[in-house]
Structures are given as structure tokens and as C-alpha cells.
Design a protein around this ligand. Structure first.
Ligand code: 8YV
Length: 298
């Protein structure tokens, strides 16, 4: 049985089926032929060196920004991820954050629980219809977000490397998209090429009536610039599911009443996580049985 290394603890619905056909290891060694990591997990050079016979990294997530792809290619290590199965859930969370921020729903819920209602009505919020959502990265998840927001009456614009065959307005300058947007929604991959793409200039362009939504990777947003923009009131608010240093959320964000903060739950449903686990196992099985990988990255 091939030995698989799990550097962090993973759910039993993943480790159970894995155990049926593989030996699982908690420590790196030369016996290890496969590794399973969560999306965004940073695979360091030192870790790769400690696994001289590694053949495959199966990422339990769509984002493989923590995996050094060119290094893996040099060493002939295959990489797989779990695309598609999580698209709808992540798009639902982006939509929820748009609704929560525009209608101030988290505060409204706290208001009701605090029995504040008899003292007076909850303050008015902002409608969605007619507003513009600027999507940063119109991939599978970005497109699923667009579909949902159209149903809520928003107009869609987007930024990406190149225009696509869609009816939405394309911007090749992020500041220009931000300026046009009421909601700037980050849905692009993480990694060095998108690090701090959302910086102070982009937030200034988003403006005092604008809201930042991030369901992608914390690394895409300069969190220090975001905290400063929120404090200065140069943007209206933010709805975040991801952070630069998860699971730690900056105290300034926790203290801010302009933000809605979720604990990286984009794909966190029974249905989706089980489908992701199944893909992880199918990819490993395919590799060790010398069949084509189900969802290869490289
Ligand atoms: C998960 C994710 O939180 O798919 C991704 O890239 O970040 C999320 O779906 C994670 O991968 C679960 O391990």
C-alpha cells in the first residue's frame, strides 16, 4: 500500500476512505509517495526535501496557491485539486456577504437578540438593485457569483487578464473597476501574482460608498490598507471569509462595526466537503493505479 503523508489533521470522511487503500503517515519520510494538504496550505522547500520519493500532492481544495508548481514540475511531482464541486457553495457565501453587508444583517441580528427593538427601529440599510458588482477574477466561482447577483438586480463588471465572451463590462485596470463598483468582489486565485492586488489605491478608488467582499484568499488584500480604509471611512465596509494570517483575524477588524467576518466557510458544507474528499481519494487512486488523474493541475 502506498504511504500518504498528512501534514495537518483532515476530516474522517477523507481519512477513512484514504485508509482503505493507503497507509497514512503523520511524519515525513522516504517511504512517502503521496501527500494531502488543505487548500492554501504552504508546501515549503524544506517539506519537499524531507519527502524525496513524493510522487503526488492532492490538494483538498480548489486553491493550490501554497504549492510551488514549477518546483513540483521539476521534480516530476503531480498536483491535483478539487475544482467545480465547491463553486456553488463559495458563490453562495459571496452572495451572502453582499446581502449581509448591504442590509447590515449581522448587526440587525445582534440588535434583535439584544432586545433593542422596543427602543426603536433598526437603522435603514442600502438596497442592491441597480448597484454594480465588480468581480476580480471571472473564473468558475466569479461567474457563479455574477449569476446570483444578477438575480438580485445588480449590474456586473469584471477585471481579469483578458476579456471573456460574456456580456459584462470588462476593465483591464483594477482601479477603474473599483471606481465603477459598489461591491468589489475578490474571486481570483491567491499566490505571488495576486498578492496585495487590492491595495490602498484600489480601496480609495472603491470609495466611501463601496464595499469590499473577499471569498478568495486573504493574501490578495493588503489587510493593513483595508484596516486603514475602514478606519478613515474611505470605504463603506467589507465582507470577508478569508484573511492574510488564518485562523487569526486582526483585532482592528474584529473591533470594526463596518465589517462582516466569516471563518473561511466558503466550501464548508457536508455535501461539498464530501465531494472534495471523494475527488482527493479518486486522484490518489488514479495515480497509484496509473490511470489518468481526475482533476490534475500538473
Ligand atoms: C477550504 C479553500 O477551506 O478550496 C479552497 O481553496 O480554501 C477551501 O475550500 C479548504 O481547502 C479545506 O481544506
Amino acid at each position: 500500500m502506498p504511504t500518504i503523508y498528512l501534514p495537518v489533521s483532515l476530516p474522517p470522511f477523507l481519512t477513512g476512505p484514504l485508509e482503505a487503500a493507503h497507509e497514512l503517515a503523520q511524519e515525513p519520510s522516504s517511504k512517502i509517495r503521496g501527500m494531502v494538504v488543505p487548500g492554501g496550505f504552504a508546501v515549503s522547500e524544506a517539506l519537499l526535501t524531507s519527502l524525496p520519493n513524493l510522487e503526488i500532492i492532492s490538494v483538498f481544495g480548489v486553491g493550490y496557491d501554497g504549492v510551488p508548481i514549477s518546483r513540483c514540475q521539476q521534480r516530476g511531482i503531480r498536483v491535483t485539486n478539487t475544482p467545480d464541486v465547491l463553486t456553488e457553495d463559495v458563490a453562495d457565501i459571496a452572495t451572502a456577504l453582499v446581502l449581509m453587508t448591504s442590509r447590515n444583517l449581522a448587526a440587525a441580528e445582534r440588535f434583535t437578540r439584544a432586545s433593542s427593538w422596543p427602543q426603536g427601529a433598526f437603522p435603514l440599510a442600502h438596497a442592491l438593485r441597480g448597484k454594480t458588482a465588480g468581480i476580480v477574477g471571472l473564473g468558475r466561482i466569479g461567474k457563479a457569483i455574477a449569476q446570483r447577483l444578477i438575480a438580485h438586480g445588480l449590474k456586473i463588471a469584471y477585471f481579469g487578464r483578458q476579456p471573456q465572451a460574456v456580456d459584462y463590462d470588462y476593465f483591464n485596470k483594477l482601479e477603474e473597476l473599483a471606481e465603477r463598483s459598489d461591491f468589489l468582489i475578490v474571486a481570483c486565485p491567491g499566490g505571488s501574482s495576486t498578492k496585495h492586488l487590492i491595495n490602498a489605491e484600489v480601496l480609495t478608488a472603491l470609495g466611501k460608498d463601496g464595499t469590499l467582499i473577499n471569498i478568495a484568499r486573504g493574501s490578495v488584500v493588503d489587510e493593513t490598507a483595508l484596516v486603514a480604509a475602514l478606519k478613515a471611512g474611505s470605504i463603506r465596509g467589507a465582507g470577508l471569509d478569508v484573511y492574510e494570517n488564518e485562523p487569526y483575524v486582526p483585532a482592528e477588524l474584529i473591533a470594526s462595526d463596518r465589517v462582516v467576518l466569516l471563518p473561511h466557510v466558503g466550501s464548508a458544507t457536508h455535501e461539498t466537503r464530501h465531494a472534495m474528499a471523494q475527488l482527493v481519494v479518486e486522484n490518489l487512486t488514479a495515480h497509484f493505479e496509473e490511470n489518468p488523474l481526475r482533476t490534475p493541475v500538473c
